[in-house]
Design a protein around this ligand. Structure first.
Ligand code: C5P
Length: 224
C-alpha cells in the first residue's frame, strides 16, 4: 500500500436527494440513494482526507470516520456546504431538487370533495455546485460535479462543465434500463476541458476509489 494520497486535505461531498416540503406530510423528492456520494466519502477518508459529507434524506448509514451533516432541503444543503468551507476538494454528488414549492402549506392540503386539483407553484432552487465553484474567495482547488442524464450525455455534461464552473463532470446515463439510479453499479464518463475519459461499468465503490485517485492526481498544490 502506498502513501495516503489525501492526508491533510479536507474533502466536501454532497450526496443523496433533497426533500422539498409541500405541506407537513408531503414533499417533492427523487430516486437518489446517496450510494455514490457515500462511497466517495468513504474512499476519500481511506486516502487520509478529513471528509465532510452533507447529505439529504437517505436510508444508508454514514461511513465511519467522516463528519456527516444531515439536511432536508436544497437551501439547507447549500448552507451546510458553505459552512463546511474551506475545502481542498468539493464533490457534488447530490441529486438536488431543481425546484421547490414556493411555500410550504402550514397545514395538510385537503381534498375539498369537488374534484378540483391544487396547483403547485414552484420556485427554482439554488445551484449548490455553481454557487461554490463560482466563489471569488474560498473556491475549493478541485470542484467535481456530476451529470445524470437520460439523453445526449456528453453534450449536456460539457455544457454543465462550462456553465457551473466545475473542473470535471462525472457523467452517467440514468435511463430506466440502466439500473444505475438507486442501483449498485455505475458507468461514467469524465468530462474536462481537456477531453473525455470513459470508464467501464463498475461497482459504485470502485468508481469512488478510482475517482479519489483521479482527484489526487489532479489536485493543485495548496496555496501558500
Ligand atoms: O443541472 P444538474 O442537476 O444536472 O447538475 C448536476 C450537478 O450539479 C451535480 O453535481 C449536482 O450535485 C449539482 N447540483 C447542485 N445544486 C443544484 C442542482 C445540481 O449542486 N441545485
Amino acid at each position: 500500500p502506498g502513501a495516503r494520497r489525501l492526508a491533510g486535505r479536507h474533502v466536501l461531498v454532497t450526496a443523496g436527494p433533497t426533500h422539498e416540503p409541500i405541506d407537513p406530510v408531503r414533499y417533492i423528492a427523487n430516486r437518489s440513494s446517496g450510494r455514490q456520494g457515500f462511497a466517495i466519502a468513504t474512499a476519500a477518508a481511506a486516502e487520509g482526507a478529513r471528509v465532510t459529507l452533507v447529505h439529504g434524506p437517505v436510508a444508508i448509514a454514514p461511513p465511519r470516520g467522516v463528519k456527516a451533516v444531515s439536511v432536508e432541503t436544497a437551501r439547507e444543503m447549500l448552507a451546510a456546504a458553505e459552512a463546511a468551507l474551506p475545502a481542498d476538494i468539493a464533490v457534488f454528488a447530490a441529486a438536488v431538487a431543481d425546484w421547490r414549492p414556493v411555500a410550504e402549506a402550514a397545514g395538510k392540503i385537503k381534498k375539498d370533495g369537488s374534484g378540483s386539483v391544487p396547483a403547485l407553484a414552484l420556485a427554482e432552487n439554488p445551484d449548490i455546485l455553481a454557487a461554490i465553484a463560482h466563489r471569488a474567495e474560498g473556491r475549493p482547488g478541485l470542484v467535481v460535479g456530476f451529470a445524470a442524464e437520460t439523453d445526449d450525455l456528453l453534450a449536456h455534461a460539457g455544457a454543465k462543465l462550462a456553465r457551473k464552473g466545475a473542473d470535471v463532470i462525472v457523467a452517467n446515463d440514468v435511463s430506466p434500463g440502466t439500473g444505475i439510479m438507486g442501483g449498485a453499479e455505475n458507468e461514467v464518463v469524465l468530462v474536462t476541458t481537456g477531453g473525455t475519459e470513459r470508464w467501464p461499468r463498475l461497482g459504485k465503490d470502485e468508481v469512488a476509489r478510482r475517482l479519489v485517485h483521479w482527484m489526487a492526481d489532479h489536485l493543485p498544490e495548496p496555496r501558500p
